[in-house]
Write a protein that binds this ligand. Structure first.
Ligand SMILES: [Mg+2]
Length: 324
């Protein structure tokens, strides 16, 4: 196999996915690799089953955060938040978390206390129990892996793969510049928003914006059978932080909104009638940014109708230089 450091994260995930049997060997496995969460059909065949959602994320000092800058509490908050965001992406209800940590030996206990306080802050808000894990100390940097278990509602988990041509594309909030003011450390998992939208309308496909709109929308389109999208340049909600980022680097705020990662808003697709209903009833903040097309490729439409291609340029964890 090629060096994952040069082939990129998505190529590696794709490789692992292809090594797994095409048909799951266990009857509980409903959805495996390739979505925001795996789905296990717990109690399949007993008549009292439910769909269990599972997601995990590893954060490493020097790669995903800098411990000396934000402190352990911010790290704990983020580690819990990114996982809850993946549960939100399936329109699920988070239930419990397990946490594995590699603590720097020098001040392991102090760091652990901080991590716990940060995780607990979000776990309290979303009624999540911390039910286990593993603690280690070593001479290396802090590494934390949180795994969250959730439950799909009776309306079912929302996958990435259900987008249809003609669907309206919506996002739940303003995008871009998450690094400018440290917003990337404070994810706001859109759990309540996802559940409210899912109650009000049939969501065809959904993903949380962790790698950037261009990349994450690309995942929906690829998983939905190679569809495309046209985005309205003036409709994309731009976060004030994106403008701040523009002042620093000269890259346009729209570019930041399209490609920056770690907004942790949701991107979803719904039928046009459902979009009308949602935008009128407003069960959560929602912005209509474009529509799904039959032809592959993502395009940006300016007000005069001119379209230009958008290349996915979001965050790839294995690409050199991608450190935040
Ligand atoms: Mg995700």
């Amino acid at each position: 196999m090629a060096d994952p450091g040069t082939t990129g994260e998505f190529a590696l995930i794709d490789w692992i996915r292809r090594q797994e049997p095409e048909r799951p060997v266990d009857s509980w496995t409903r959805v495996g690799i390739g979505d925001d969460c795996a789905i296990l059909a717990v109690g399949e065949g007993t008549g009292a089953g439910c769909d269990l959602l599972i997601t995990t994320d590893m954060l490493m000092d020097g790669r995903h955060f800098h411990l000396e800058q934000g402190g352990p509490e911010a790290v704990g908050f983020k580690a819990m938040g990114v996982n809850l965001s993946d549960i939100a992406a399936m329109a699920g209800i988070p239930r419990a978390a397990v946490v594995a940590v590699a603590l720097p030996r020098a001040n392991a206990v102090e760091i652990a206390h901080g991590l716990h306080a940060g995780m607990r802050a979000l776990a309290d808000r979303f009624a999540v129990d911390l039910v286990g894990g593993d603690t280690n100390a070593w001479d290396g940097p802090l590494v934390i892996t949180v795994t969250v278990l959730g439950q799909a509602t009776v309306r079912g988990a929302v996958r990435r793969s259900g987008a249809r041509p003609g669907d309206v594309i919506l996002v739940t909030g303003a995008l871009g510049g998450s690094l400018a003011a440290g917003r990337h450390l404070k994810p706001e998992p859109r759990i309540a928003e996802a559940l409210a939208i899912h109650r009000a309308a049939d969501i065809h496909a959904m993903i949380d914006l962790s790698d950037g709109l261009s990349s994450d929308l690309g995942h929906i389109l690829a998983e939905s059978g190679g569809l495309g999208a046209v985005l309205d340049a003036v409709a994309i909600p731009i976060h004030p932080d994106a403008h701040e980022q523009t002042r620093r680097d000269g890259v346009s705020a729209l570019e930041h909104a399209l490609h920056d990662g770690e907004d942790f808003e949701l991107c979803l697709t719904v039928a046009p009638e459902a979009a009308e209903r949602l935008l009128a009833a407003h069960p959560a903040p929602l912005y209509r940014i474009g529509e799904v097309t039959d032809a592959a490729g993502v395009f940006l439409r300016s007000p005069d109708g001119h379209t230009t291609p958008v290349e996915p340029r979001g965050f790839d964890h294995l690409r050199a230089g991608n450190e935040r």
